[in-house]
Write a protein that binds this ligand. Structure first.
Ligand SMILES: NC(=O)c1ccc[n+]([C@@H]2O[C@H](COP(=O)([O-])OP(=O)(O)OC[C@H]3O[C@@H](n4cnc5c(N)ncnc54)[C@H](O)[C@@H]3O)[C@@H](O)[C@H]2O)c1
Length: 332
């Protein structure tokens, strides 16, 4: 099934936590003109990816609520009346989760319970799509990684996301609150924050290349990863929301086209027409939580929803570089 967004979300009320962030705002831009109400809930905490520029052009057609998902009374009120909740508020930094494990715990784990409890009390009819992460698997024991792969996270962020995801599945199974989780892999594209490298390295490579920098690459860069363009991730979120078969299930989202870190960097340099690279040893703190090769088997999601990634890597990079060339001042 390919989701007819106009049909499925017509006159529906949608809430997006983390709605001013990279993926949330791209989803909002897609839903505008279809859903009858789109509410973006975001705390706009400085170090994360929230940015009001991300909703330029649609600001009059979405409701923005600057709230923190850790706040129980706000969540109790905000979840009311929505047909769908895309639960995307989260912290992404693996390193920060090791330095400040309690913030990661509160946002990625405890808040998920707060949102689900609010739904149980005030909106049990809702369908929720949670964004999990490949980090839940830790080091791959086999490739491609499917959903039956053991979950052995190498950092605090992976553990908290694992628990956050399973609260959703539990509330689906015990209370009948329809919920599903998509375990996202590295996502890139327009609207990603470009202030630091802690939320994924591909967009950071784009920034450094656009500045003509010599880009450090750790180890030999041979680790293979898969990347999804943000529009493909939005398609996957919408497909998961629209399909009843996904209730109580977890799914990988991947590209099916793994590429080494070094080759991805070479592609960025080629598309940006600037920059160079230099291989350096892994910093010790990063080496300890490095997962090596990872790429996902996303056939379970394809089978359930008909979803498949569409964007080619170089084409996605061209769109990304083009976006930041035009909008650099809002992200740098
Ligand atoms: N981007 C990726 O490569 C990737 C990979 C795996 C999983 N994910 C998951 O997808 C989700 C969205 O990621 P993204 O890339 O759009 O990141 P992002 O940082 O751009 O967006 C997350 C948003 O959540 C908001 N937020 C954070 N803490 C909050 C809080 N306590 N209350 C309210 N809002 C809060 C931030 O302000 C930000 O706008 C995250 O949950 C992340 O774990 C992303």
């Amino acid at each position: 099934m390919i989701v007819d967004v106009g049909k499925v979300f017509k006159n529906k009320k949608v809430m997006i936590t983390g709605g001013l962030g990279f993926i949330g705002s791209t989803l909002a831009n897609r839903l505008v003109g279809h859903a009858s109400e789109i509410m973006l809930v975001d705390s706009l905490l400085p170090d994360y990816g929230g940015n009001l520029f991300n909703i330029t052009g649609i600001e009059s057609r979405v409701k923005v609520n600057i709230s923190d998902v850790r706040d129980e009374s706000s969540m109790l009120y905000l979840v009311k009346g929505h047909d769908y909740i895309f639960n995307l508020a989260g912290t992404l930094s693996h390193i920060d989760s090791m330095k400040d494990p309690y913030t990661d715990l509160e946002i990625n784990c405890k808040s998920q319970l707060t949102i689900l409890e609010a739904c149980r009390k005030n909106n049990p009819e809702v369908k929720i799509v949670f964004s999990g992460t490949r980090g839940q698997y830790g080091k791959a024991q086999y490739l491609p990684v499917d959903e039956k792969h053991p979950m052995c996270p190498t950092d605090v962020n992976g553990i908290n996301n694992m628990a956050g995801e399973w609260y959703h599945i539990l509330y689906n199974n015990v209370y009948g609150i329809r919920a599903t989780s998509l375990r996202l892999t590295n996502t890139y594209g327009p609207r990603h924050q470009m202030k630091h490298s802690k939320q994924g390295y591909l967009n950071w490579f784009v920034r450094l290349a656009m500045e003509g920098m010599e880009i450090p690459i750790y180890g030999d860069g041979a680790q293979r990863r898969d990347f999804n363009y943000v529009d493909d991730v939005v398609d996957a979120l919408l497909a998961a929301a629209a399909t009843d078969e996904t209730n109580g299930q977890v799914y990988n989202v991947g590209s099916g086209a793994p590429i080494s870190v070094l080759d991805s960097l070479k592609a960025v340099i080629k598309i940006a027409k600037r920059g160079s690279y230099k291989v350096i040893p892994f910093p010790e703190e990063k080496k300890k939580i490095e997962i090596g090769d990872y790429f996902a088997d996303h056939s379970k999601l394809s089978k359930a929803t008909g979803w498949a990634p569409k964007m080619g890597f170089e084409e996605g990079l061209k769109k990304t570089v083009g976006f930041y060339e035009n909008n650099k001042k809002y992200y740098w």
